[in-house]
Design a protein. Structure first.
Length: 269
């Protein structure tokens, strides 16, 4: 039984290796999973190096924003370029929603010669990323099983069948929330496989997070810490924002907290 499972993981690893050999092979891999690139996409100029993919047979499956990064290295999954790509993809999704409310992608798929990586676009610009490499699939039965679920048919079951009414925040600068209906997907259970962090680590991170946020929001250090952070987040009025403004701007508050979390994780991991 174990030998059979090991053989299956070897086959899956070989399949992924072949899929990542080139951009054309990667596109064929997506097509084999039930997805189709948007033909003659009217937003091609906006998308630039990205493509929108959808499933015609399984419309409930997440809509994809696909990137092929030819020059990404094996360590790019933890690098600054990928973090920037994730940030850009999130805001690109917002622009797409302005122009095509019903066609905004919900899941980003990044391929390169070393890995395929996925992250949700309907949460925040610092959402967790899920990476698959051939070596990981060979070694982990759990990851291999989740890899086999990366099909439009399977992913169509990741979310609720009925759309939920959007509740836009008036102070938000993310316009995608203004459009009538949005779909919700259970990324935690399906994309991440329900994986949970060690509770002692969670408690430690919580304490350090509070210390970091107290420093960021210190009224006496706004010009040194908070405002430079807001400029990096491309907040238009970054130069005049005060820490107390975050109390009445929940969308901005979430972005500051997410940015602090990202900095903290880079320090401790």
């Amino acid at each position: 039984m174990d030998a059979g499972r090991s053989d299956q993981r070897q086959r899956l690893a070989a399949e992924l290796t072949a899929a990542l050999a080139s951009e054309r092979a990667f596109q064929a891999w997506l097509a084999d999973r039930g997805y189709t690139a948007t033909p003659r996409d009217p937003l091609a100029d906006t998308l630039k190096l990205a493509q929108r993919w959808t499933s015609l047979d399984h419309p409930a499956a997440p809509r994809l924003l696909v990137f092929w990064q030819e020059d990404f290295t094996a360590v790019a999954a933890r690098g600054q370029r990928l973090r920037k790509l994730q940030h850009d993809a999130y805001h690109l999704r917002s622009r797409i929603a302005v122009m095509d409310a019903g066609g905004a992608p919900e899941l980003a798929v990044v391929g390169c010669r070393h890995f395929v990586l996925l992250f949700p676009l309907d949460t925040d610009p610092f959402a967790r990323r899920q990476r698959y490499t051939a070596d990981q699939i060979r070694e982990s039965a759990g990851l291999a099983q989740r890899y086999t679920g990366l099909t439009a048919q399977a992913m169509a079951r990741w979310g609720a069948s009925t759309p939920v009414e959007a509740t836009p925040d008036d102070s938000s600068d993310d316009w995608s929330g203004l459009f009538a209906a949005t779909r919700r997907f259970d990324w935690e259970a399906h994309l991440y496989g329900g994986a949970q962090l060690d509770q002692a680590f969670v408690a430690f991170i919580g304490q350090e997070r509070q210390r970091l946020l107290e420093a960021v929001l210190d009224p006496g250090r706004q010009d040194e810490v908070l405002r430079p952070m807001l400029r990096a987040l491309e907040v238009e009025d970054a130069g005049t924002v005060m820490s107390t403004d975050l109390l009445r701007r929940p969308a901005l508050r979430k972005r500051v907290i997410a940015a602090a979390d990202t900095v903290l994780l880079r320090l401790v991991l």
